[in-house]
Structure formats: structure tokens, C-alpha cells
Design a protein around this ligand. Structure first.
Ligand code: GDP
Ligand code: MG
Length: 163
């Protein structure tokens, strides 16, 4: 069985851009609109001889009230349930938000292997700027840049190790 990696995070952090990198496709919808990828979206990834499946998700708000946001939250919970490892994407530039906390709490309770990935970290020094994400209580925070393809190899290796 190929390991399944689910990309989770609030809208606009770069999940779909990361999905495209990991699957080397342009299938996912990348946009400046928050939450455009409404449905779960599957892709195949390959690293050396290791193959894996990636699930892109729309934005996730665990307490989403109704309508499209509730549906997106449901889809995301299903993706998380299917996953061997959850990649929780946060925005290194925007910093920690209330939504990140909500998602972090949800993932912590779930107890699945989970990696916190700080995207949009191109040109940023690891350390001070990322330390606030330790508040999520999910351990180490790994800087990447999906747009620039930085940190992809370590991300894949960490995710495969955790799966
Ligand atoms: P999603 O809503 O989480 O799927 O986010 P998207 O992948 O649609 O990206 C949202 C916005 O962030 C787009 O304008 C992307 O071009 C931008 N973005 C994604 N990854 C990076 C990155 O590594 N660095 C920067 N600076 N912008 C990024
Ligand atoms: Mg998206």
C-alpha cells in the first residue's frame, strides 16, 4: 500500500501549490482566492523508488458553521481519516492565526502522525520567525517554499518516515 499524505491547513497557505510540487502536476487549483479547492483532490507522488498518494484539501475550519465551509470541513476530516500522515501547512509570512490554533487542536486530539510545515519561507531564516508555530504543540516546524520548490525533499522524506 502506498502511504497517503493529506495536506491540511487554512485557506491560502499554499496547500495546492505544495500538492502540485509533490505530484509534479498542475492539477490542483492554485489561486489567490481563499478556499478555491473545494473538493478533496488526489495525486500520485514519487521519490526515488518510493511512491505515495497526496490529498489536497480545501481550507479547513473545524467549527465551520454551514454551507460550503461546512462541506469543506467534512471533506478535510475525511481526507485526514484516510491519511497515514497529515501535513499541516501554515503560512510563515502571515504567522500564527486563530484558525491555525483550531486546526492544531483538532489534529493534536486526533493523534495521527502530523508534520507542521511553514510554507512561503523562501528568503527567511529559520528560527525566530518560525518559533511562534511551536505554540501549536505539534513539535518541530519545517520551513519550505512550495512556490520555489525549497525543502521538498526533506518534507517528503519526513512524511514517508512518519507514515
Ligand atoms: P491553498 O488555498 O492553501 O491551496 O493555497 P494556494 O496553493 O492556492 O496558494 C495561495 C497563494 O499563495 C497563491 O497566490 C500562491 O501563489 C501563494 N504561494 C504558495 N506557495 C507559496 C510560497 O512558497 N511562497 C510564496 N511567497 N507564495 C506562495
Ligand atoms: Mg487549494
Amino acid at each position: 500500500m502506498k502511504p497517503v499524505i493529506a495536506l491540511v491547513g487554512r485557506p491560502n497557505v499554499g496547500k495546492s501549490t505544495l500538492f502540485n510540487r509533490l505530484t509534479k502536476t498542475r492539477d490542483a487549483i492554485v489561486a489567490d482566492f481563499a478556499g478555491l479547492t473545494r473538493d478533496r483532490h488526489y495525486g500520485n507522488g514519487k521519490h526515488g523508488k518510493h511512491e505515495f498518494i497526496v490529498i489536497d484539501t480545501g481550507g479547513f475550519e473545524p467549527d465551520a458553521g454551514s454551507g460550503i465551509f461546512k462541506e469543506m470541513a467534512k471533506q478535510t476530516r475525511q481526507a485526514v481519516a484516510e491519511a497515514d500522515v497529515v501535513v499541516f501547512v501554515v503560512d510563515a509570512r502571515a504567522g500564527l492565526s486563530a484558525q491555525d490554533h483550531d486546526i492544531g487542536n483538532y489534529l493534536r486530539k486526533l493523534g495521527k502522525p502530523c508534520l507542521v510545515i511553514a510554507n512561503k519561507a523562501e528568503g527567511m531564516k529559520a528560527g525566530a520567525q518560525l518559533s511562534e508555530f511551536f505554540e501549536l504543540g505539534l513539535g518541530e516546524v519545517y520551513p519550505v517554499s512550495a512556490a520555489h520548490g525549497q525543502g521538498m525533499r526533506s518534507l517528503i522524506e519526513l512524511a514517508l518516515d512518519a507514515s
